[in-house]
Design a protein around this ligand. Structure first.
Ligand code: BDR
Ligand code: CA
Length: 367
């Protein structure tokens, strides 16, 4: 099993991604670091318990459901900690218009029974440590490059880990899988930017495109899962509803009506509003952004599996643009030639420097 740390800002699709991770035997969720993002840090933190408690209620009602959530019954408990409550620099922006003020479509207002009264769960060890410190400690204690770090929100925590102990992070952390960015497609937050990279473009800059490339995160271990890939993976709501109905009906005892499924009650309570929001955008489907990132992480714990293509892209990020904050400015002068150009530039620069220090053009003229 691959140990993973999930860094998340739940968020509707983050919670669906978390349920997917709890149902995935390929991975062990060793820690969850909560981030600000879709809404404030505290609401995001609370939503983790809502999800865990909903799965527990499901298993209490339908014990067969336990088989579907192996990571809820693993010997390895998940350590949960609060991470950053805002970006490295600049203003705090949320996505409450989509995810609701509480990050879960306001379910506590419409369904008070789904709010959590106690923030605890038998599968979770609550840590009072800052998420950044916890993650660093776990990476330090791990076997070299064994942990996959999956980021479903802004990249702030990872950037802060690098501030605190760059050598440790770059030498011992395994892969980073980050849902974020829009390369060749429009943005979802402004016309050109994806939300997670829009939320903290400074963190993206430091990790992926710093002025001095030797200060960033090693790019051969960084897998970006941008909107280009996630948006086309959408689940039509009518088909989703039918599938969920079937799954719960077959899991439930024949005598138990499917509407007595606590987990279905939980998911449909927040997806109902998501469906309404998506219909406003003209789609009766849910975009599976964060889920695709978890899927990538668990499907590629070793060498990349067939069917998953990876390509190198050259870009920088706009941090303060009046209209373009969070935009990935892709160097489309062909990736290979852009790399070559970069190399040539460095060579030309070195020659120029050599020429100006070793050569004396005035003397030449004098001759
Ligand atoms: C990303 O932004 C958030 O709103 C979603 O949870 C996802 O992580 C998609 O742009
Ligand atoms: Ca997210």
């Amino acid at each position: 099993k691959t140990p993973i740390i999930i860094d998340t800002d739940p968020g509707v699709d983050d919670i669906v991604a978390l349920l997917f991770a709890l149902a995935s035997p390929e991975i062990e969720i060793i820690a969850i670091i909560v981030s600000y993002g879709n809404t404030d840090l505290e609401s995001c933190y609370r939503n983790i318990f809502k999800a865990y408690q909903a799965v527990s209620r499901e298993v209490e009602t339908h014990p067969q459901a336990a088989e579907r959530f192996p990571n809820m019954f693993s010997d390895v408990k998940t350590i949960l900690a609060r991470g950053s409550d805002g970006p490295l620099e600049g203003d705090l922006h949320g996505a409450q218009y989509f995810h609701g003020r509480d990050g879960l479509s306001g379910i506590h207002e419409r369904h008070p029974e789904l709010d959590v009264s106690d923030m605890s769960h038998p599968q979770i060890t609550v840590s009072e440590e800052h998420g950044v410190d916890l993650a660093l400690r776990l990476v330090e204690a791990s076997k070299d490059r064994s942990i996959t770090y999956v980021v479903l929100g802004p990249l702030t925590n990872l950037a802060r880990m690098m501030h605190k102990n760059r050598d440790l992070v770059t030498s011992k952390l395994g892969r980073v899988v980050s849902m974020g960015g829009a390369l060749d497609v429009p943005g979802n937050t402004n016309p050109v930017a994806e939300f997670n990279y829009f939320a903290d473009p400074y963190a993206v800059k430091e990790l992926l495109c710093p002025h001095d490339p030797s200060t960033g995160f090693p790019l051969d271990r960084f897998f970006m899962v941008p909107l280009d890939i996630t948006t086309p993976h959408e689940l039509p709501f009518p088909a989703y509803k039918a599938q969920v109905d079937n799954a719960f009906e077959s899991a439930a005892k024949p005598s138990v009506a499917s509407d007595k499924s606590p987990l279905r009650h939980f998911t449909s309570s927040f997806l109902e509003r998501t469906r309404m929001v998506m219909l406003e955008f003209g789609k009766d489907a849910m975009e599976l952004h964060d889920i695709v990132a978890v899927w990538f992480a668990l499907a590629n714990t070793g060498p990349l599996s067939p069917g998953w293509g990876v390509s190198k892209r050259v870009f920088d990020i706009e941090r303060t643009g009046e209209l373009t904050r969070g935009m990935l400015v892709v160097d489309r002068r062909s990736d290979e030639s852009a790399y070559a150009l970069g190399a040539n530039r460095a060579e030309v620069q070195a020659q120029l420097e050599k020429a100006t220090t070793e050569h004396h053009p005035h003397e030449d003229f004098a001759v």
